[in-house]
Ligand binder design. Structure first.
Ligand code: ZN
Length: 487
């Protein structure tokens, strides 16, 4: 029997560095959604006689990316011209790095629910400029034309090239998630895929486990993690079917068509020598002295993995909740800001659970993003609500309602509680009525409590709380039930 088929996949990820200006000129990087060609100058449109000047901030961010991904950084890297013609590339070459890239030999730990944890090696990280964008206007048959927008031309990118260590589409997905998370945390990139700030090319081949690597195909045009996963699944089926029939896989570049859920050939795969790479005579070598590297290392914030551990150890959160709360830097910063208010009272786990289970639930239900929380539920408000729950002034279920109301109206928890008639019912006569009804409903729990199983009282408190529609003060209920049963 033959060994099973195995996917061999490596990913090339282009990530936009979060600078204000382009890589070799002072044009702004805020051209997304702006009028076409409103962020251009003679440099980024390749006019004769101009000279590129490297944006130092871009180089610093690239160094930070390399450090966050555990790469070795070269003291001196070289900008090279990658020559090809395309209408969105006015110089007819792209400034990239080839023989001596900025950094090499990194590693990224990948962990996700559906894949075993593993480390994916990183071959290299190099800096390069982005190209412009063609807008295809389809008119009548005689009037088909394309327009070109150079707002993206010269946007600073790093290309992060993994080793062919990825073995399944789920692993590729988890790798991309981990990569995005770490780059966002490090403040290197916003990785906003809808704005083209993170784009993926995937190299894939199939082999029988244990055999040498087969012929690989490159899939371009992958602009979401889901597209990467779907395209790899499709391509592994296509290649496996061909190989099983004894056919050859052609080395080529294919495009993913999300509508058809299929890849289609784009062009035969070019080799590196087709690009006639050579060092760019207009740019000196990029020097990254140890002092700069160490300064960037000191600027790196706490990365996701370390933060997750701290949330578990310091805030007493479960692993799964800590994972949810460190899924973005914005989210993790929010949790830290709330914790600064709830500490030293041991209410932080309450806050963590509230955010992970209630707040995120409401956000996804209403299709809102986290920035909405920062507007209407600032950390101080959530901290106050958490303290109200922790000291029993507000029951957990009321807390949920108050949080939903805070999110909708932006009002403070105190205000909402006051307007809802003081919130919790503390009136003993009213509470006693619910207690008596709950005791009637729960004969078994009552018997258990009488025989010394004090924990059974929880069921009676729950029944009374339900009768009060969540408004009773649980501490007083508890006291009244004990008095009533054990009198
Ligand atoms: Zn420019």
């Amino acid at each position: 029997m033959s060994a099973p088929w195995e996917m061999i996949c490596g990913l090339e990820v282009h990530v936009q560095l979060a600078t204000r200006s382009k890589l070799f000129c002072s044009c702004g990087t805020d051209g997304f959604g702006a009028s076409p060609n409103s962020r251009i100058c003679p440099v980024c449109t390749g006019q004769p006689g101009v000279l590129p000047v490297l944006n130092g901030e871009a180089a610093k961010l690239a160094v930070k990316a390399a450090l966050a991904l555990g790469c070795e950084i070269r003291d001196e890297s070289i900008f090279a011209r990658k020559n090809y013609f395309y209408p969105d590339l006015p110089k007819a070459y792209q400034i990239s790095q080839y023989e001596k890239p900025l950094a090499e030999n990194g590693a990224l730990a990948v962990a996700a629910k559906d894949v075993p944890s593993k480390t994916v090696g990183l071959q290299r990280i190099h800096m390069e400029e982005d190209a412009g964008k063609l807008l295809h206007a389809i008119g009548s048959e005689e009037l088909d034309y394309s327009l070109v927008d150079f707002n993206r031309a010269g946007i600073p990118l790093v290309e992060i090239v993994s080793k062919p260590d990825i073995r399944s589409s789920q692993e590729a997905y988890a790798y991309l998630q981990a990569l995005k998370e770490i780059l966002q945390f490090a403040g290197v990139s916003r990785c906003d895929m809808e704005k083209g700030e993170m784009r993926v090319d995937a190299n894939i081949s199939m082999r029988r486990t244990g055999e040498p690597f087969g012929t690989r195909v490159e899939i371009k045009n992958l602009n979401s993690f889901k597209a990467v996963r779907d395209a790899l699944d499709y391509e592994s089926r296509r290649q496996t079917a061909a190989l099983e029939k004894g056919a050859r896989v052609v080395q080529e570049t294919r495009l993913w068509d999300a509508d058809a859920q299929a890849t289609a050939p784009m062009r035969s795969k070019e080799e590196a020598h087709d690009y006639r790479y050579f060092p760019d005579p207009d740019l000196p070598p990029l020097r990254t002295p140890r002092s700069l590297v160490e300064a960037m290392r000191r600027e790196l914030p706490e990365l996701p993995e370390a933060r997750r551990r701290r949330f578990v150890e310091e805030y007493g959160l479960s692993n799964s909740i800590a994972e949810v709360l460190t899924s973005s830097r914005e989210m993790a910063d929010y949790v830290d800001a709330v914790a600064a208010i709830t500490n030293p009272v041991t209410a932080t786990p309450v806050a963590g659970n509230l955010i992970a289970t209630v707040l995120l639930g409401i956000l996804s239900e209403r299709n809102l993003d986290l920035s909405r929380c920062l507007e209407s539920v600032p950390p101080e408000s959530l901290g106050k609500l958490t303290l109200m729950i922790a000291d029993g002034r507000v029951s957990k279920s009321m807390g949920k309602d108050i949080l939903a109301e805070m999110l909708a109206s932006g009002r403070s928890p105190e205000e909402i509680l006051r307007d809802s008639g003081g919130g919790q019912v503390q009136d003993v006569a009213q509470l006693a009525q619910w207690v008596r009804a709950a005791i009637k409903q729960s004969p078994r729990a009552v018997a258990d409590v009488k025989s010394g199983k004090e924990r059974a009282i929880g069921a009676i408190v729950g029944a009374a709380m339900k009768l009060s529609q969540g408004k009773a003060n649980p501490a007083i209920l508890n006291k009244l039930i004990k008095e009533e049963i054990l009198k």
